[in-house]
Design a protein around this ligand. Structure first.
Ligand code: KG4
Ligand code: ZN
Length: 346
């Protein structure tokens, strides 16, 4: 029996989870609404709120799992990548907890953990990928990891043998959603709102350009600029343009972001001759991306893996499951470990 406490604090969600023998028994997420009025995450405020939320989140995760603190065998925490001040809170807590209880410490890469969320099994009545008879992806597979800070196509050969084969050269896909929302006057985080309005609009109403980027890499900054000029020009002619066409603009922008992502994913699948394909990260909650991926998977006969909503955006269950697989390998770190704002896969 191995019980792992997972801690996630890389951005603006404080999360704690208990994983028992590879099954998730609790997953507590404390969101930070304080950033909404600033139109984006304010790093200094995020660190302070993590400091307030971390102990209650851990207490709740332990209580929900119906275990005692002394039952825990190891502490896994997000070492990076992320906001340094936010990471310091989770890392320091993990180190203190491990030292006080004489437990091994396990570092986890946040982006690898988003992918490993696909290995959270179905446990009836408890947290887990709820699909009946859920079987995780088989190695090797490709994962499109799309979040607020990253956009990557990753080739996964084993739990911790991952290679980034394509990534963004500027903005991340989540940033493209959030920056578009800002241009359209929508509050932060704009991704879920664009998704909501897009469902009411025509995705072919307006044609935004697809950037011509080499290999399997992405670029989203040109799209953001073209949306900015498009809205400015339309509003010059008709000041109430957005009142009338908000749904169509959201649907057209979302359609473009989704086609950019899926065209590269198709190219990667062909190049690496792989038919098992997954998505991960906050943007994988997007309904347009989920349905377009299902359609692409049918057309290309892919075996496709789309995470449940609760494991798309930041959560500690993915840290705990990654920690569990590292625990089996006895892959521990010392008390001198420090967080990393940028962190390579390991
Ligand atoms: O993985 P995540 O929770 O945090 C990071 O590690 O960055 O991803 C957050 C990103 C934000 O940019 C947010 O707008 C986006 O995921 N997002 C969405 C949706 N839900 C979250 N983007 C589009 N449609 C959604 N439904
Ligand atoms: Zn994330």
């Amino acid at each position: 029996m191995a019980i792992i406490l997972g801690i996630e604090s890389s951005c603006d969600d404080t999360s704690a989870s208990i994983c028992m023998d590879g099954k998730i028994c609790s997953n507590i997420i404390a969101n930070q609404d304080i950033h909404n009025k600033y139109g984006g995450v304010v790093p200094e405020l995020a660190s302070r709120v993590h400091q307030q939320n971390i102990i209650p989140a851990v207490h709740q995760a332990i209580a929900d799992a119906k275990i005692h603190k002394n039952d825990i065998d190891a502490v896994a925490f997000t070492r990076g990548p992320g906001l340094l001040g936010s990471l310091i809170v989770g890392t320091s807590f993990a180190k203190g907890f491990a030292l006080a209880n004489q437990l091994p410490l396990i570092e986890v890469n946040h982006m690898q953990a988003h992918i490993l969320a696909h290995f959270i099994p179905n446990v009836s009545g408890k947290a887990g990928n709820k699909e009946p008879n859920y079987i995780p992806p088989r190695f090797p597979f490709l994962c499109l990891t799309v979040s607020g800070g990253h956009t990557q196509i990753v080739l996964i050969k084993d739990y911790f043998d991952m290679e980034i084969v394509g990534e963004t050269t500027d903005d991340a896909a989540g940033e493209a959603f959030d920056k578009t929302a800002k241009i359209l006057g929508l509050p932060y985080p704009g991704g879920p709102l664009i998704d909501k309005y897009a469902q009411l609009g025509n995705p072919l109403a307006f044609n935004f350009p697809e950037p011509q980027i080499k290999d399997l890499n992405f670029s989203f900054s040109g799209l953001k600029t073209s949306i900015m000029y498009f809205v400015r020009d339309k509003q010059k002619i008709d000041p109430s343009f957005l009142d009338t066409y908000l749904n169509d603009v959201c649907a057209s922008v979302q359609h473009r972001i989704v086609t950019i992502l899926l065209n590269k994913l198709k190219k990667a699948a062909k190049q690496y001759n792989i038919t098992t394909v997954a998505i991960a990260g906050g943007v994988s909650a997007n309904s347009g991306l989920r349905s377009a991926l299902r359609k692409t998977a049918d057309e290309n006969k892919w075996d496709v893996f789309i995470p449940e909503f609760q494991y798309c955006t930041d959560n500690a269950a993915m840290i705990a499951i990654a920690g569990y697989y590292k625990y089996l390998n006895k892959d521990f770190v010392g008390q001198d470990v420090a967080p990393l704002a940028r962190m390579a896969f390991r």
